[in-house]
Design a protein around this ligand. Structure first.
Ligand code: N01
Length: 547
């Protein structure tokens, strides 16, 4: 993209903007934001979406094994009691096609599609200081003005394909899991290489192994994982869930991470070994994130407490994987449990007991190049027909920066965030008036069950816009001192946790050259919600509103 701003070639119109809001992205965030703007505020909004369908993350991530890792009836919209009654999930952790069907249903159910322009990428947005609006440029060569620009691009949507020498010479097929072909990939009879053992690689490996002739997993960092224990939901389950929806929703909205588990007050260090092991065993059998959020309050705060959970999982890995040398390679040793986003799995460690699966440690012997016929590490060569990159995303900032956003004085967001993202409450950026970021850096976002984090943000933003209109305001911008104080607060809270002890995408350390800083807000949903409400009740403290 040219470094010349497209906006410089456009004369300022001097008129009211064409739209009240442009929303970028049609996943959970974009759909609900559009609903609020149109149905609750009665405003004129348009969504631009790169994909040729709605769904966001769930539109792009179609790799085998892709499924939700929060229970379905927690991982869904809560704003419509009618929707709750109409939609029925088939299982605890539904697969990607079912979640995509849900989002498509929501888009149809609330007639959102007429205001969603698919197959359209936002390539630049510039703030027009004279008219207090954004001019948004799209890849169809058009532009449009809007009072507000609302980013609903998601935290994990800019795919990270590592820059490995030789990739263009590879004569087989290669794919990144985050932009998986819609027609699927046929692995039968193929030798497949899978790079990456984060949540995605851990979900994909068992499925690819079951289909392919041979699977080689290239692991840079061994990862902790808890079994999901997926199960179908029966008619009786549904009768119960429907009856209890109000209570389920009440608990998850008043919880630390948007899950209906009340954080216990017990420390992992306050119980004896026998009791602690019994608690972990019970949670291991239950499956899922309850192991982290329903065990002990200090797992993410105290290294010794964390070590009890980490050791328990290490023991499980060793007992599951038959070859002790392979088990050794799979046992994580370099980061506390939970400091990298903890995956949950179905038969991940069991997969290494299959004859057609090989694990390769690319920490010891890194990948040197991709060749015509496969991949060469520093000590061996592997012939492959298909390479799957489960190498994650330029998380939290990647998709925002790719939009080439220019604020006051033409300053780019990239320039403003050169030393890491800076926001006030993860909602606004000083110097970029009337820009809102749904689940932006500095908000709990990825540390919380996403639909719950998203709904809180969307509702805050739409209430704010309503307030602006009722009071004849045209411009809202975060103040620099409020932003500085918030960034300091996020760093301070992060430093009280174990999160900074891992090289993770939370820290930006998965992307070469990216500033290493903890990006989400780890203070929890409730504390964060109170801070947001507090700002409102003090007359939008920390923001400047102008008529
Ligand atoms: O990505 P990741 P992901 N050479 O960044 C390795 C969500 N999600 O797509 O750890 C070799 O976690 C990298 O190694 P290392 C969830 O929030 C949700 O798996 O950096 N290897 C790591 O093993 C999740 O956290 C669901 O040393 C390279 C892997 O690739 C987030 O998405 C399902 C490499 C990347 O792991 C991202 O998960 C799936 C290189 N150059 C994902 N670069 C749900 O179920 C990276 N790696 C809802």
């Amino acid at each position: 993209m040219s470094s010349q701003p497209l906006a410089s070639s456009q004369a300022s119109s001097g008129r009211a903007p064409e739209l009240d809001a442009v929303i970028v992205g049609a996943g959970f965030s974009g759909l609900y934001m559009l609903y609020r703007m149109r149905e609750v505020l009665g405003l004129n909004a348009r969504v631009f979406e790169t994909g040729d369908g709605v769904g966001g993350t769930w539109y792009w991530n179609r790799y085998p094994g892709a499924r939700c890792d929060s229970e379905s009836f927690y991982y869904s919209f809560t704003f419509s009691p009618e929707l709750d009654q109409e939609w029925e999930w088939t299982s605890k952790y539904p697969e990607q096609p079912e979640i995509l069907r849900y989002l498509d249903y929501v888009a149809d159910r609330f007639e959102l599609k007429r205001d969603i322009q698919l197959s359209t990428r936002v390539i630049e947005a510039s703030f027009d200081e004279e008219n207090d609006c954004w001019r948004v440029f799209t890849d169809d060569g058009k532009s449009i003005t809007a009072r507000y620009l609302i980013s609903a691009v998601g935290c994990l949507s800019a795919a990270n394909v590592p820059d490995i020498k030789g990739i263009d010479d590879f004569e087989g097929e290669w794919y990144h899991t985050g932009s998986w072909p819609h027609e699927g990939v046929d692995f039968s009879g193929k030798r497949v290489g899978l790079i990456g053992t984060g949540s995605t690689g851990i979900q994909a490996a068992p499925r690819i192994a079951a289909e392919a002739d041979h699977l080689t997993v290239f692991q840079r960092t061994a990862n902790f994982s808890i079994p999901a224990r997926n199960a179908p939901l029966s008619a009786e389950d549904w009768a119960d869930i429907r009856k209890n929806y109000p209570e389920i929703r009440r608990v998850l909205k008043s919880s630390m991470a948007g899950f209906p588990y009340t954080l216990t007050e017990r420390s992992a260090k306050d119980v004896d070994d026998e009791e602690r092991t019994a608690i972990y065993e019970e949670l291991w059998d239950h499956g899922g994130f309850k192991f982290l959020w329903g065990s002990f309050f200090d797992i993410m705060l105290d290294l010794d407490a964390n070590a009890t959970a980490a050791d328990f999982i290490r023991g499980k890995i060793r007992r599951t994987v038959k070859d002790p040398k392979v088990a050794d390679m799979l046992v994580p040793t370099d980061h506390p449990y939970g400091s990298k986003r903890p995956p949950i799995d179905t038969d991940y460690f069991e997969t290494y007991n299959r004859d057609n699966v090989k694990l390769v440690d690319i920490r010891k012997a890194p990948i040197a190049e991709i060749t015509k016929n496969g991949l060469r590490t520093e000590d061996s060569e592997y012939e492959l027909d298909i390479i799957v990159f489960a190498t994650g995303f330029d998380a939290m900032t990647g998709s925002l920066l790719r939009m080439n956003i220019r604020g006051k004085g033409g300053r780019t967001l990239e320039d403003k965030w050169a030393a890491g993202p800076r926001t006030y409450l993860g909602l606004q950026v000083e110097g970029f008036p009337n820009l809102f970021t749904i689940t932006g850096p500095g908000s709990p976002s990825v540390l919380v069950n996403m639909p719950i984090a998203i709904e809180q943000h969307v509702e805050w933003i739409s209430d704010c816009i309503e307030h602006m209109r009722e009071n004849g305001m045209r411009r809202i911008e975060a103040n620099l001192d409020a932003e500085d104080a918030w960034v300091d607060h996020v760093n301070e809270v992060a430093s009280m946790t174990l999160f900074p002890r891992a090289n993770s995408w939370y820290m930006g350390s998965n992307i070469p050259g990216k500033t290493r800083v903890f990006m989400p807000y780890p203070g929890g949903l409730v504390l964060y919600g109170e801070r947001c409400q507090d700002a409102v009740s003090k007359g939008y403290e920390g923001f400047t509103l102008q008529p």
